[in-house]
Design a protein around this ligand. Structure first.
Ligand code: HDD
Length: 735
């Protein structure tokens, strides 16, 4: 391509980056905008003089009945009565943001002709919604649960929805099992308990009875299900998709999102407390990061298998309860996702966004994965009850490319089509089928049993969807069975558990012990322990010790393999360069603090991209040792250490040290941060405060003569490397 052509293409590509923002603008209003004249109107645009007093009979002294004549009052109440739509049957609680996707280069071209994945000159707008699965819309963010990771790409060739999770595998193999799984996991039917967790009899009863879920339960009991932030989780397409290239060759593919910041989790105690202290913790974290110029980023990587390798593994590559080990099928990094714009209004954007696995674009295809094939129906279907027939016309859902067909009418139809005909084929031959489809139809060739009659080159040129004539295994029967490989459920569950570090394993044991403690029927926890014993005897014994029931011996008939894999432990995703960027740091002060230090360290933290918050005994001016004043952002009671990644005690006078050490809440801040393995820094007189709170713990390391930059750096390194290590460690910067 000539450089001029390149320039033209780049300009077009950048223009498209804003295409969705511009598209949404058509439906966005700002009450302050002069266009609206600054006056309240009713829904048919008539200016209103009051909205607080219902028209009523009155003699001016005493009040009579309300009059039905007040149509505006009726309208107001009527619209309010209908504000709620059915919440999503799963993934009801979520948070979303806008951003873009960009391919690194055309390296994926050997696999696919999907421009979104290969054309680095274009920037594709995206909307991403993160979610928890089990809880209702009003449940807490930090519960132990799988997180949804749904990405809508508004491509020039139509919308592509990659509806994934933060775990690479799933509980079941066949979509027909989904209602049972969800019924078992959701609150129990007789009393609608519990909310936001699987810690109950029915969930664990089902997990025992559905052996295929064994691998997944290892993942959900790991730290992965209590992420520190949406920004610090991996994402996975989970299902096996396919890619089709310009030569008509098909490969199988799995999609992975790898977070720039690494994979980090809360510790369980923190997660529990935050659920009460700040149920919107993750939602706010996403907003805060975007507001503070730290847009969350992920790399898109693919695992690719040619058709020739489909049957080479001891598991079926179409089975969503199995990973493709990266040692056997390496990751290929192909592009980057960035979320840089908050939503303007939650309901029309995050609530009304509707994802469908059936939304794919030319060059991407389905596989015979039975979970995926069933999902293709379910998502389309569910949007009808959530949003109504014309849900694809809603601003957040409509594509940025043209939509033209003969699908018409239905409740809430927006589009007005100028045409005398609403069917195909028609006498006007408008609109036409892509890739010469009309010519084929006329020649009667659309019934070609080989399905090869579409001109692929033309389809690629016009970026039109073509069904790949995939061979179907033969001889083929109508049957409800899966295949022999689908029955094995232990091997990868063992692989995952073996691959964890010791402390990650101990967290799995604690998580299982918590969940099973909430199951009060012995058949549930005793049987589950027998299943754990098929993964690891140590694991099963440790859990049984805590939750009760027989202590199992190693099972004689089980092959406990010792294999380990990479990229299963979270530690394998440590960020290449540790950073304090976007981390929340609490700086504790009281009367007598050192104002110069505070100013310098706050500036240094902000320069490093961290988010400092000053905490004091009250949100009223606090006096420094030099007499200046500072009003803290919060007081010690108003926020808790759990909301922060690190704490810093400012140096100051003896008076400050005494106030801090004498304040029970401050002592609690320090002890709690220490227990949650957070970095704690203190300088000068404040070191004594730490000693009051923690005594002379051997794991406390003291460093001296540190500048504020050193403090920021060491907080950054420790924060970025915090994985909830048992036996907490602390860095103290001393003067
Ligand atoms: Fe699903 C929502 C992810 C299997 C049926 N699912 C939903 C969302 C995510 C996933 C992230 C939230 C989308 C949003 O933010 O609006 N689901 C998955 C993954 C699966 C999976 C990764 C396994 C690979 N799902 C699955 C099956 C079925 C469904 C097998 C049904 C047969 N899922 C739904 C649904 C939801 C949904 C009921 C609820 C709301 C919605 O679709 O739009 O249709």
């Amino acid at each position: 391509m000539t450089s001029l052509a390149n320039t033209v293409k780049n300009v077009a590509g950048n223009a498209l980056a804003n295409a969705k923002a511009k598209d949404l603008d058509r439906n966005t209003q700002d009450p302050k905008d002069v266009r609206y004249g600054g006056k309240i109107t009713n829904n048919h645009g008539v200016r209103l003089t009051q909205t607080e007093n219902w028209l009523r009979a009155s003699n001016g002294q005493t009040i009579g009945p309300l009059l039905t004549e007040d149509v505006n009052a009726f309208e107001k109440i009527h619209r309010f009565d209908h504000e709620r739509i059915p919440e999503r049957v799963v993934h009801a609680r979520g948070a979303g943001a806008h951003g873009y996707y960009r391919a690194f280069d055309d390296r994926a071209k050997k696999y696919t002709f999907a421009n979104v994945l290969t054309d680095s000159s274009r920037t594709t707008p995206v909307f991403v919604r993160f979610s928890t699965v089990q809880g209702s819309r009003g449940s807490a963010d930090t519960v132990r649960d799988v997180r949804g990771f749904a990405v809508k790409f508004y491509t020039e060739e139509g919308n592509w929805d990659l509806v994934g999770n933060n775990l690479p595998v799933f509980f079941i193999q066949d979509a027909i099992q989904f209602p049972d799984l969800v019924h078992a996991v959701k609150p129990e039917p007789h009393n609608e308990v519990p909310t936001g967790q699987t810690a109950h009899n029915n969930a664990w009863d089902y997990f025992f009875n559905e052996k295929a879920s064994t691998h997944m339960i290892m993942w959900i009991m790991s730290d992965r299900t209590i992420p520190r932030s949406y920004r610090m989780m991996q994402g996975f397409g989970v299902n096996t998709y396919t890619l089709l290239n310009e030569q008509g060759e098909r490969v199988f593919v799995k999609f992975h999102w790898i977070p720039e910041l690494g994979v980090h989790s809360l510790v369980w105690d923190e997660a529990l407390k935050i659920a009460g202290q700040d149920p919107d913790f993750h939602r706010k974290d996403l907003e805060e990061a975007i507001e503070n110029g730290a847009p969350p980023k992920w790399t898109l990587a693919i695992q690719v298998l040619p058709e020739s390798r489909q049957h080479e593994f001891d598991f079926d590559i179409l089975d969503a309860t199995k990973i493709w080990p990266v040692e056997k099928v390496p990751l290929e990094e192909i592009g980057e996702l960035v979320l840089d714009r908050k939503v303007d209004e939650y309901f029309p954007e995050t609530e009304q966004v509707a994802f469908c696995t059936s939304h794919i674009v030319p060059g991407i295809g389905f596989s015979d994965d039975p979970l995926l094939q069933g999902r293709n129906f379910s998502y389309l279907d569910t949007q009808l009850s959530r949003l109504g027939t014309n849900w694809e016309e809603l601003p957040i859902n409509r594509p940025v490319c043209p939509v033209m067909n003969h699908i018409r009418d239905g409740q809430g139809r927006h589009t007005i089509t100028k045409s005398k005909v609403n069917y195909y084929p028609n006498r006007f031959d408008v609109p036409k089928l892509a890739a010469g489809g009309d010519d084929l139809r006329r020649k009667g060739e659309t019934n070609d049993p080989n399905g090869n009659n579409i001109d692929l080159a033309k389809a690629v040129e016009e970026q039109a969807y073509v069904d790949y004539p995939a061979p179907v295994a033969g001889p083929t029967f109508k049957t409800h069975t899966r295949g022999p490989k689908w029955a094995e459920y232990r091997s990868q569950a063992q692989l995952f558990y073996n691959s964890l570090t010791d402390y990650e394993k101990s967290h799995v044991i604690e998580a299982l012990s918590f969940e099973l403690d909430h199951c009060d029927e012995p058949i549930v926890y005793e049987r589950l322990v027998t299943r754990l014993n098929e993964i690891s005897n140590d694991l099963a014994v440790a859990v049984a010790q805590n939750v009760g029931g027989p202590i199992p011996e190693p099972a004689a008939n089980i092959n406990y393999h010792n294999e380990r894999g990479t990229q299963l432990s979270q530690l394998d995703f440590a960020p290449k360069t540790p950073t304090i960027k976007s981390r929340r740091v609490a700086i504790l002060i009281a009367d007598g603090f050192d104002a110069t230090f505070l100013k310098t360290v706050k500036g240094a933290l902000m320069a490093a991209g961290a988010v400092p918050h000053i905490m004091g005994p009250r949100r009223r001016p606090v006096k420094s040792s030099s007499g200046s004043e500072e009003t803290p952002d919060h007081h010690f009671e108003g926020q808790r250490s759990t909301m922060f990644d690190a704490i810093l005690l400012a140096p100051g006078s003896e008076e400050q040290a005494q106030t801090l050490a004498g304040n029970g809440r401050v002592v609690h801040w320090i002890r709690e941060s220490f227990a949650h393995c957070k970095p704690i820094a203190a300088l000068g007189t404040s070191i004594a405060v730490i000693k009051v709170a923690l005594g002379n713990l051997p794991s406390v390391r003291l460093a001296t003569d540190l500048s504020s930059t050193d403090v920021v750096n060491s907080l950054g390194v420790v924060t970025a490397g915090r994985y909830g290590v048992e036996g907490a460690m602390m860095d103290i910067a001393g003067s």
